[in-house]
Ligand binder design. Structure first.
Ligand SMILES: Nc1ncnc2c1ncn2[C@@H]1O[C@H](COP(=O)(O)OP(=O)(O)OP(=O)(O)O)[C@@H](O)[C@H]1O
Ligand SMILES: [Mg+2]
Length: 236
């Protein structure tokens, strides 16, 4: 079924307690992620985009509301069960990359495959293929600190794609990239989508939203934790 619901956020509010008291990062958000959809989450810095992605991916729990991940209410899941769902189903490109400092580029990309029972030579071949596509094969033995921001971003993208996950979540995936590298990454995401993957992309860039608009099933614009505009294709 092509419009099967994979993830649902129901009246979700997320508050953080910081030095200056409580901050409401997301307020009363409703969102459905269906199979094969391409969803864009837009809005200015601080609007709640990363918070929303973390909730969608089960990386964080809401203060209020319900989150259904693959038909399971996350209230009924412990951290280990949540981690297993993430590991099997979701590839996450973090805004600030979250690469492992003491692993090489190649090893960082291989990380999500290690728990799977697959021969190492196969994992290396897959990691090298992605690194080649992303123009980074020449740097496979370097450490993250020896790379530019844009190069680190591409390593994070390769790592998110290596397991060929059902859902790819990308937080500002081209913010640090030049035009050519940005186009490669966008093409990889659109190509994944063509193969039936679900892609969720967050960006503060209106230019990027305009560029991707024609491919998107839903565009959700956030401001101060609230949805200010939601557009979608017919029937979504
Ligand atoms: N761990 C945290 N503790 C306290 N406040 C937080 C935390 N994470 C985010 N916030 C606050 O929640 C709000 C939403 O943050 P979020 O990171 O989701 O925004 P964003 O839309 O991703 O912004 P950017 O475009 O700058 O990445 C902001 O006001 C932010 O300061
Ligand atoms: Mg963010």
């Amino acid at each position: 079924m092509s419009n099967e619901t994979l993830i649902e956020l129901i009246n979700v509010t997320k508050e953080y307690s910081g030095k200056k008291g409580r901050v409401t990062a997301i307020s009363d958000l409703n969102l459905k992620v269906s199979k094969s959809e391409f969803i864009i989450i837009g809005g200015p810095s601080g609007a709640g985009k990363t918070t929303t992605l973390n909730l969608i991916a089960g990386l964080d729990r809401p203060t209020q509301g319900e989150i259904i991940l693959f038909r399971r209410n996350i209230k009924d899941l412990n951290e280990e069960e949540l981690a297993k769902i993430r590991q099997e189903k979701i590839g996450f490109v973090f805004q600030f990359f979250n690469l492992i400092d003491n692993l090489t580029v190649l090893e960082n990309v291989m990380v999500p495959m290690i728990p799977l029972n697959i021969p190492e030579t196969e994992i290396i071949a897959k990691a090298e293929e992605l690194l080649s596509e992303l123009g980074l094969i020449g740097k496979k033995n370097r450490f993250p600190r020896e790379l530019s921001g844009g190069e680190q971003q591409r390593v994070a993208i390769a790592r998110a794609l290596i397991t060929d996950p059902d859902i790819i979540i990308a937080d500002e995936p081209i913010a640090q990239l030049d035009e050519k590298a940005g186009k490669i990454v966008i093409d990889l995401l659109l190509d994944a989508r063509k193969r039936g993957k679900t892609v969720i992309l967050a960006t503060a860039s209106q230019a990027l939203i305009d560029e991707l608009k024609k491919h998107a099933d839903k565009i959700i614009l956030l401001e101060r934790g609230k949805v200010v505009n939601k557009t979608g294709k017919k029937g979504k």
